[in-house]
Design a protein around this ligand. Sequence first.
Ligand SMILES: Cc1cc2nc3c(=O)[nH]c(=O)nc-3n(C[C@H](O)[C@H](O)[C@H](O)COP(=O)(O)O)c2cc1C
Length: 436
Amino acid sequence: MATTSSSDECPPPPPPSFVPIPPLGVDYRQKIVLAPMVRSGELPSRLLALHYGADLVWGPETVDHSMIGTTRRVNPRTDMIEFTREPSNNNAKASAQKSPESIIYRLDPVREAKKLIFQIGTSDPDRAVAAAKLVARDVAGIDVNAGCPKPFSTSGGMGAALLRTPDKLVAILENLVKHIVPEFQIGISVKIRLLETAPETEALVRRLVKTGITGLTIHCRTTPMRPREKAIRGQLKMIADVCREAGVACLVNGDVENRDHGLELAKEFGCDGAMIATCAEKNPSCFRSKEAGGMETWREAVEKYLRFAMEVENKMANTKFMLTQMVPGREGVYKQMQGCRSYVAFVELFRFDELKQMAKEADRILELGAYEKPPEPKKKVKQVQKENGAGEKKRKREEGDDQEGEKKKQTVVIEEKEIVVPEALGVGVGAAAVSV
Ligand SMILES: Cc1cc2nc3c(=O)[nH]c(=O)nc-3n(C[C@H](O)[C@H](O)[C@H](O)COP(=O)(O)O)c2cc1C
């Protein structure tokens, strides 16, 4: 008589059933991705990350208020898609006379196709949907930021504040799933931090994975933790298990150094992939596996970054900021970057001779360096400001728009990094050290 082992008696566990990935969306499984980063995740940085092998890229968090009211256009010179809005700021109106609108979000419809996730900052289910609808046709997914710990985000009920208001977070995700998935056929995901205890985190994750989302990223730090504190992995396996059980992809974030490290971590803790922020900000070639050649030098990465920045007409202030992240402080050129105000100046400083012609053209379009327009005479600027001020006040009176100040405050949200901007570099951020 044949003996029956106990394993014969137990049926094998059912194959995990995944929350279906909508046809125009993407599965986060087996992916090493670029994290959402305000300022450091603008288009040229994302293109560079993709160049080095990032599987997906998150755009910088964009607050629903700042997205709502934007106009979508295709830049005829670059073919990039740009979401623009008129600045409500008088100074901007007075000085930016040639191009009065500001670009809130810019993407590459070809190189980022099926790779770009739009991250939204929100505290309201309907506003989230209204903002997401504007961009949903151009991206492969919508992600909700539920991890930003800074007061300017949490005081508006956004970011990490949502971890303390799970009903609201669930309502936001459910509303996005209900209104975005059927119409646009892309997935919804969320990025969270750890709560203080594993049971608290587990209870939250169990609720989130039932909302219909296709992915969840866990930043392995609690809300009060500083970016320089080591990420903690104690709860990671539990979170990955809860996600897998529910068919939701789980990405690990926090102190992931490069592609190979991300894959190892995912394997060790049962996650589906990994997300990299700080290391990718410094040198996005961290997305290239050792097998494919590994990291490039900062010079090689900077040269490619400059190419992408010029190609997409990136703002000089952002380019200069990124270069301060990518060029090591010990390098002689680091200090010299202070004086650079144009693409030609940077290309000459780094001796990237091949880029000279491209830099000239970028400067011409962006009116930098030799093409900079002389400043408007003070008297004229004042006059324009006065007129704009009067017009703006009138408009507010007519529309009863008393929330403008609040909206402006919420426009730019940066999470958690202490970005130390050397005062001497004057990258146009308005403060020597920005704690974000
Ligand atoms: C410059 C910077 C900007 C960031 N902006 C965002 C953001 O817009 N949205 C978000 O969810 N997280 C943001 N973060 C947090 C990162 O996405 C990531 O969760 C965190 O840095 C931990 O990953 P790391 O250890 O690889 O840096 C930002 C981080 C940095 C460094």
